[in-house]
Design a protein. Structure first.
Length: 74
């Protein structure tokens, strides 16, 4: 697939996503945001556990909080 086709596809997907969000009630948008936050935290924790199998849950939670607070991507 060419990058132009991918860009057109991404634009169409984004427009659809915006339409779905606009159709949601504020409560639904909040619930979706909370689900996304929990998923992100879970994925981060899983990654830390995989890379640091000897860490305690407290260390994993601390690393997740630190990553979020400092917005590190590395």
């Amino acid at each position: 697939m060419s990058s132009l086709a991918a860009t057109a596809h991404e634009l169409a997907a984004r427009k659809r996503q915006v339409a779905i969000c606009r159709a949601m009630t504020p409560q639904q948008r909040l619930a979706q945001g909370l689900r996304m936050n929990r998923t992100m935290r879970s994925l981060l924790a899983t990654g830390f556990r995989d890379r640091h199998p000897t860490w305690t849950e407290a260390e994993v939670r601390r690393a997740v909080a630190n990553r979020i607070l400092h917005a590190c991507t590395g």
